[in-house]
Design a protein around this ligand. Structure first.
Ligand code: GDP
Length: 525
């Protein structure tokens, strides 16, 4: 098969959601369809003490290794599927964001009872700034949730993206009857614990269906559907691929209901790997020479295995085991003989990979996040990975002042690696660390002790809203100790606002000062 055909087969995506919206449950169903697992429920139930296949972190913890994200890979119909896990809960970190730089599309799960929740907004913003196509799955239709129109309106208003319902639910909770599948002009009937049935629109009038079609729920949904057809948004694949419209699917991951139909439609519409920008222009995925970039480096927490794994997203050409690649930043050549593809809890060595595939390679302490790997004579680097605004800040110091040399070295290396972000207080010059989630502090502390032999202490500054300033507008007198003025690694100044209120107050009182939100400046293109 040609490289072009291999690329066209690949669908690489992540599932994003707020904890408990149903990501694990949905992922598990997809793994079932892909025959990656055999029975539902065996890998489910964090609460019951068992771990989901996608809960790599927990599994790895038990085995003494920590890997905060996994890749699940399986063939499905004519496609080769790569699902990247985006860790949530206490594992939420910058890596969760960075994972989104390695996917071609995203499935966003929304709990129909709760609507849009904070973590969904954060992850959505990253997709938005990268222009990633987003497919929405509104979950838990078997429960009494919010009205579908209300949910769509919330998505449009809060996330500022056009919606197009691909299907339309009839009733909910105990009175949930099924969905109208608008694309395929069929009704998908909810049969409780039994498998769903598919009824073409033309057969709905049949006598056998009358008990259902004469219910008030059915009548109401039919009217809503007519309204949507007449006055709702038009479906536009172009808008979807530009990240301007999100196709919305209603269903239940647990039942499961509507999941298989969702996946079949999603897998067809979702984009295959696209061309990427580099310092030498656009790199096509069909380009015969291998290229890829590192979006994540995982230090092994198991002291017996001090190796690290770098996660590479392949962007072009064909990777073959044992091939030599050049690290663009330094020009150094590495032979990749132990490339690993990480499939949930098992590690299988891979022999070849194409654009869209993700592989884990051993890091001989040479790689950095964002590094480009190339085959042959090419010499370019892919666009720098965006920086993500940290939210949690802590002052950090060495417990033993005698160790300040190792302390500085350790911090510098870990910051360089992208494990955590470093700032300095403008007044006191003390070190302040910034992270997206608590996990990054735990990993930082652990690695400082184990790799640099320095015990560190934190002093929490708490959650903050960072806003960067323009160099010419930095005025120390404007900021008191409550809204800290700090400097980042590149000597840019920023303010760590205490809360939304403080930020808005500042904006109202200093209209002339421009406050820069990283989420907004990072936008692609
Ligand atoms: P995650 O934190 O997003 O991975 O969410 P989980 O998949 O672990 O689901 C959280 C809880 O919601 C679990 O108790 C699931 O059984 C439940 N759940 C998931 N999907 C559905 C659904 O479609 N209907 C109902 N009623 N519960 C669901």
């Amino acid at each position: 098969m040609s490289i072009k055909d291999e690329v066209a087969k690949r669908k690489t995506f992540a599932i994003i959601s707020h904890p408990d919206a149903g990501k694990t449950t949905l992922t598990e169903k997809l793994l079932l369809y892909g025959n990656l697992i055999r029975t539902a429920g065996t890998v489910k139930g964090k609460k019951s003490g068992k771990f989901a296949t996608s809960d790599w972190m927990e599994i790895e913890k038990q085995r003494g290794i920590s890997v905060t994200s996994s890749v699940m890979n399986f063939p499905y119909k004519d496609f080769q599927v790569n699902i990247l896990d985006t860790p949530g809960h206490e594992d939420f970190s910058e890596d969760t964001y960075r994972t989104l730089t390695a996917v071609d599309s995203v499935v966003m799960i929304i709990d129909s009872v709760k609507g849009i929740e904070p973590q969904t907004i954060k992850l959505f913003k990253v997709c938005r700034m990268r222009g990633i196509p987003i497919f929405t799955f509104i979950n838990k239709l078997d429960r009494e949730g919010r009205e579908p129109f209300e949910l769509l309106e919330e998505i449009e208003e809060v996330l500022e993206i056009e919606t197009y319902p691909m299907n339309w639910p009839v009733g909910m909770g105990k009175r949930f009857l099924g969905i109208f599948d608008r694309m395929n002009q069929q009704f998908i009937k909810f049969n409780g614990n039994e498998a769903e049935s598919h009824i073409p629109y033309g057969e709905l009038e049949n006598e056998a269906n009358q008990a259902m079609t004469t219910t008030s729920e059915f009548e109401a949904a039919k009217e809503e559907l007519a309204l949507l057809d007449e006055a709702g948004n038009q479906f536009s694949l172009e808008a979807v691929l530009n990240g301007e419209q999100t196709p919305v699917f209603f269903g239940s991951a647990l039942a499961p209901f509507g999941v298989h139909d969702f996946f079949d439609t999603f897998i067809k519409l979702a984009p295959s790997p696209q061309a990427r920008r580099s310092t030498e222009g656009i790199v096509s995925p069909d380009n015969p020479d291998f290229s890829g970039f590192i979006f994540k480096i995982q230090a092994n927490m198991n002291t017996k295995h001090r190796d690290r794994i770098a996660f590479v997203r392949v962007c072009s050409g064909k990777f073959e085991r044992g091939m030599s690649v050049k690290l663009s930043r330094t020009g150094k050549v590495f032979k990749l003989s132990q490339s690993q593809q990480i499939v949930a809890s098992t590690r299988d060595t891979i022999d070849e990979a194409y654009a869209g595939d993700i592989m884990g390679i051993y890091d001989p302490n040479a790689y950095q996040i964002g590094d480009t790997l190339l085959e042959g004579k090419a010499a370019f680097e892919f666009d720098e990975l965006p920086k993500f605004p940290p939210e949690l800040f802590k002052k950090v110091m060495a417990k033993n002042v005698m160790k300040s040399k190792q302390f500085k070295k350790g911090i510098e290396q870990l910051v360089q690696e992208g494990a955590i972000q470093l700032f300095k207080d403008k007044r006191t010059e003390s070190y302040i660390l910034g992270a997206v989630g608590e996990l990054q502090y735990e990993v930082f502390k652990y690695r400082m002790e184990n790799e640099y032999n320095v015990e560190v202490m934190f002093e929490s500054i708490g959650e903050r809203i960072p806003r960067w300033l323009k160099a010419e507008q930095v005025k120390e007198s404007l900021f008191d100790d409550r809204n800290l003025l700090v400097r980042d690694r590149n000597d840019n100044y920023l303010v760590l606002f205490r809360n939304e209120f403080a930020l808005n107050w500042f904006k109202d009182n200093h209209k002339d000062i421009e406050l820069i939100d990283l989420f907004e400046v990072n936008s692609y293109g």
